[in-house]
Design a protein around this ligand. Structure first.
Ligand code: BES
Ligand code: ZN
Length: 453
């Protein structure tokens, strides 16, 4: 045998074929009718972990989708690394916009197209193959390793959130390793040290008991859809400041040191804007674009249901209307408190002429990792070896709920080593994974585990 890196290079074709198998399974956690497929993805992954040489492989049932656990704990005093990922994926709709079907993985140019290819099956599989390459060559790992892979990340992650505080011994580690983020570009790796949190809420408004003719009743009965518009308009001002009283009270101010670091982030603003197709960037004027995207909290409306939305005109006062909103949060905002503040504020805005109800859904805490820990140096060095480029440290605007749970319940920091690209179209049609990053990711993971050991 050779060494793990050579071995991994020789097996790239096998790794790709296996990943394609994994991606064929439509493990959409939010859709109850996909429960069996979601379980099948857990079983598939458990089998691969066992074949890779991991031990104590377990499929752990939960209230919803199972957790997959495996470990290899024969490295004595060396550190223990807890590797986390998720095997569930987002819904694939709208299906008509996919160039090849979402669950028939297809390679075009250097990309593998499939739902979950980048978020997160491809990225979690990087570490399975890295561990396997080391074990098959050396017969042992340089560190102790535990895998915990969940099937509910895309729909709130509640089962793992409940499992962690009950199983701190089983999950005890010196650090966590997560690949569920993106690099800056194919040439520029990134280590994420900050993630935003989340508070999701539903607004339901009921006015008259049935739809009313707007000629007979308009002007005399309040229209729930107009009220919804008023409420939404008061959640945020034109410059992007959230207007909920108390919303910013706990926001940890950005230190001058951090603003300096963020100012060095190599964001190509023109290319970034072109990717979105929007006419110009927007947001809080006193913060830079990089700060607005990762280090500032925000609020967005995701959907409005109400009234007549078919073709042509109809004159109606709708009886019931609904909106979905979420707030992205930063340290030290508390998602439960933010939910209460939103409820209280909307209750104040709601006129007595309609019934307004706010239901707070899932939430997640934001996290900031101390990047002065030795593991960060080991990660930076691993990227430099595999990609020929030192990573930048960045804050990410998306959320990975488990990271703050690892901090608060296990006392471990997480190294967020992403191999996605900003153009991977995660959560959208034509999600893809850049295959050179799959292979370099495996090498980065091998170097990282060796550097740690
Ligand atoms: N992989 C993403 C997080 C992410 C998004 C990383 C964008 C890098 C760039 C993750 O799977 C995700 O989408 N998380 C949800 C969490 C929510 C359901 C609590 C999110 O951010 O919306
Ligand atoms: Zn993800």
């Amino acid at each position: 045998m050779s060494d793990p890196i050579t071995y991994a290079r020789e097996h790239q074709a096998d790794y790709l074929a296996e990943l394609i198998d994994f991606l064929r399974i439509p493990s959409i956690s939010t859709q109850p009718e996909r429960k069996a497929e979601t379980a099948a993805a857990a079983q598939w992954l458990a089998d691969k972990l066992a074949q890779a040489g991991l031990e104590n492989v377990a499929i752990i049932p939960t209230q919803r989708h199972p957790l997959v656990y495996a470990d290899w704990l024969h490295a004595g005093d060396a550190p223990t690394v807890l590797i986390y990922g998720h095997y569930d994926v987002q819904p694939a709709e709208p299906l008509a916009l996919w160039e090849s079907p979402p669950f028939e993985p297809t390679v075009r140019d250097d990309y593998l197209y499939a739902r979950g290819s980048s978020d997160d099956k491809g990225q979690v599989y990087v570490h399975v193959k890295a561990v396997e390459a080391i074990l098959k060559n050396n017969g042992r790992l340089p560190v102790n390793v535990k895998f915990i892979v969940e099937g509910e990340e895309e729909s709130g992650g509640e089962s793992l959130a409940a499992f962690i505080p009950q199983n701190t011994e089983m999950l005890a580690a010196d650090l966590a390793l997560v690949s569920d983020t993106a690099m800056v570009s194919a040439q520029q790796p990134a280590i994420v040290y900050g993630l935003r949190g989340l508070c999701y809420a539903f607004i339901d408004i009921e006015g008259p008991k049935r739809d009313l003719h707007s000629g007979s009743f308009g002007g005399g009965i309040n229209n729930p859809l107009n009220v919804l518009g008023h409420i939404i308009a008061r959640l945020k001002d034109e410059d992007g400041r959230v207007l909920i009283p108390g919303f910013y009270d706990r926001v940890r101010p950005l230190s001058q040191q951090e603003r300096t670091i963020l100012a060095q982030f190599p964001l190509d603003e023109a290319a970034w804007l072109a990717e979105t197709g929007a006419p110009e960037p927007w947001g809080e004027p006193e913060f830079t674009l990089v700060e607005r995207l990762g280090a500032r909290p925000t609020l967005d409306v995701h959907g409005i249901i109400g009234g007549y939305t078919g073709e042509g005109a109809k004159t109606v006062l709708p009886s019931k209307v609904h909106a979905k909103v979420s707030m992205r949060l930063v340290p030290d905002q508390d998602h439960e408190e933010i939910g209460r503040l939103l409820k209280a504020y909307i209750a104040e805005l709601a006129p007595p002429s309609v019934h307004v109800e706010v239901t707070v859904g899932h939430g997640a805490a934001a996290s900031i990792t101390n990047f002065n820990i030795p593991a960060m140096q080991a990660a930076a060095q691993a990227y430099a070896t595999a990609f020929g480029q030192e990573p930048v440290f960045m804050r990410e605007g998306g959320s990975i709920p488990v990271v703050s749970a690892f901090q608060s319940h296990l006392g471990v920091e997480t190294v967020l080593m992403g191999f996605g690209l900003p153009s991977d179209q995660i959560h959208a049609p034509n999600e893809r994974f850049y295959l050179p990053n799959f292979y370099r990711g495996i090498e980065t993971s091998i170097h990282f585990l060796q550097n740690l050991g």
